[in-house]
Design a protein around this ligand. Structure first.
Ligand code: ADP
Length: 159
């Protein structure tokens, strides 16, 4: 049986930390769908289309990864596309509480879907999309933290 896993997130923008998690997931599962959350309430820096494009460019070296977007309840989306696993990345204890709560809630909603946690590489443990946006905005260097393609998009967006 082929196992399809969804890696959901805001990816605003995708960072090397996200890419690391996606690569490891792709080595375990037959198919990984990196799916950008369409969240109207959260004011994102990049549009869903831009976020998908950046994810596509950054992950096109991995054959069994595809990019999609979704709105509404995550478990409904996971069921709808015939996946059975939700991938989430863990950076630190601070991620754990939120992720644990979400995993339990999702299990309550959909007991057949498993949440699978992948621990980050220590070199990305402090990397988040929001810190990338903030550092870049104030002129700091985000080289090595995001792929070159994303760096160019950040330049176009903020300068
Ligand atoms: P969300 O808004 O759903 O938290 P993010 O795009 O911020 O979306 O993150 C998506 C997932 O990727 C989350 O599970 C988050 O913990 C994980 N993640 C984010 N940054 C990193 C990183 N540097 N290393 C590992 N996992 C990460």
């Amino acid at each position: 049986m082929k196992i399809k896993a969804v890696y959901p997130g805001s990816f605003d923008p995708i960072t090397n930390g996200h890419i690391y998690i996606a690569e490891r997931a792709a080595a375990i599962f037959d198919e990984v769908i990196v799916s950008v959350l369409v969240n109207e309430r959260k004011n994102a820096a990049f549009t869903v289309k831009e976020r998908c494009e950046m994810a596509k460019e950054s992950l096109n070296h991995i054959q069994n990864i595809s990019i999609d977007s979704f709105n509404g309840l995550l478990v409904d989306y996971v069921r709808h596309i015939g996946a059975s696993v939700i991938i989430r990345g863990l950076r630190a204890m601070s991620d754990f509480e939120y992720e644990f709560q979400m995993a339990l809630m999702n299990r309550r909603l959909a007991p057949e879907i498993e949440t699978f946690f992948i621990v980050t590489d220590p070199k990305y443990s402090y990397v988040s999309s929001s810190s990338v946006r903030e550092i870049f905005h104030f002129g700091g260097s985000v080289e090595g933290v995001v792929p070159d393609y994303v760096l160019e998009k950040l330049k176009a967006h903020y300068h």
